[in-house]
Structures are given as structure tokens and as C-alpha cells.
Design a protein around this ligand. Sequence first.
Ligand code: DC
Length: 228
Amino acid sequence: MAGIPVITVDGPSGAGKGTVSHMLADALGWHFLDSGALYRVVGQACLIEGVSWDDHPAVAAIARHLQVSFSAAPSGEILVAYKGRDVSREIRTEEGGRGASTVAAIPAVREALLVRQREFLQAPGLVADGRDMGTVVFPAAPLKIFLTASALERAERRYKQLIEKGENVSLPRLLEDIRERDARDSSREVSPLVPAEDAIVIDSTATPIGDVFAQVMQKVREKGLIKA
Ligand code: DC
């Protein structure tokens, strides 16, 4: 796989990683890895198979044999299937997020997903979205972005999204969930959520996503990943 470029985009949930990563992959015509979706599918697969998220050996076995597939709907939306069953909607719920964060703290699960994530590195290039893309999965990436925003800003963004979907949610509850998930993701022993030493840290709290994208594209040019 040497020679195929990868751009890593890490950070906490709600910082805008997904949006910026998609925009980047589209602009460059590169592949896209949504690593969070893999952890979410493991959590969902446990629910489907009747495995408790706390049963580490059983969760790890699910991760090792995970039958997951990604496809694009005519609308452009990415559909995610487990054993051929569409789980796109379930994995994006608050419970889906909790399951992902819980199973992601299990070392054997992370190890099982490592190989699978590296398989996404294919020509002409890859944009990899996650928590440990720059630190663990693709440590040699020529460009590493760490995108962050305040917990309140991230909770408010999530609140707006869920209200638009017609869901009944409370902002204080979402803020509490985000803080809990940040604490779990940042304090776990394996692959905690931290910027790589050579990552460029961008705070999107008060910056529109279009401006964040422009900053990242500037770095892409400076690194010579596309012609200036
Ligand atoms: O990016 P996301 O919100 O879909 O991620 C869901 C959870 O999965 C998140 O709480 C942490 C975990 N995760 C991880 O540990 N490592 C990754 N590379 C991606 C996600």
C-alpha cells in the first residue's frame, strides 16, 4: 500500500469531521473510510445477536467476523448493512453511539478492526475519519487533521440535527451524553482520543464548516497532495 496517500481526520463527535471528510473525499475523488460506522455496526451486531456489550470475548468474536457492507443510495446517502440487513438508521441513534463507544474501548475489538480499516487504503487515495486514524491506523499519513469544537457547540449541532429529524430530545441530556462519551473516548487505555503529534488542530466552534474545509484544502495543496 506504500505510496497511496491518506489524509486522516480525527476528533470528537460533532466537531464536523464527517462533513469535512466527505467534502474532501468528493473534492479529491478519493475513497472514504467512516471508521466510526464500523464500531457502530459492531455495537448493533451485538444487539442483533443477543450479545452483551460487556461480554468482551463475544464482542471481539463479532468484530473479527463482522459481515458489513457499504453502498451508496441514489440520493448519495451511504447505506450500511450487517449480514445484508440495512442498519443505517439504527447505528446513527444515540443508543448506537453509546454501543459504539462502549465496544470501542475493548482492545481486541480495536485490533480486529485495524486490518479491516487498512483495507480501505486504495488508489488514488483515502480520507479516513475517526478517533485514532492519525495515531494508530495510518501513523505515516502525510496530512493529519484534528478537528475539535466545544462540547456545548457540538451538543447544539446535534440538537438541531435531531429536531430537524422530528426527534424529541433535550439539549442538557445531549450535552451530558457528549461529555460522557468524550470522557470514555479520551480516557480509554487503547487508542485514546488524542491528536497525533504531527496533527494540525482546527477548532470549529466559531468557524463555519466551509471555512474549515478551505483551511484543510490549503494544507492539502501545501503538502503537494494535489497540484496547487
Ligand atoms: O465517529 P462516530 O461518532 O461515528 O464514532 C462512534 C464511536 O466509535 C465513538 O464514540 C468512538 C468510537 N470510535 C473509535 O473509538 N475509534 C474510531 N476510529 C472511530 C470511532
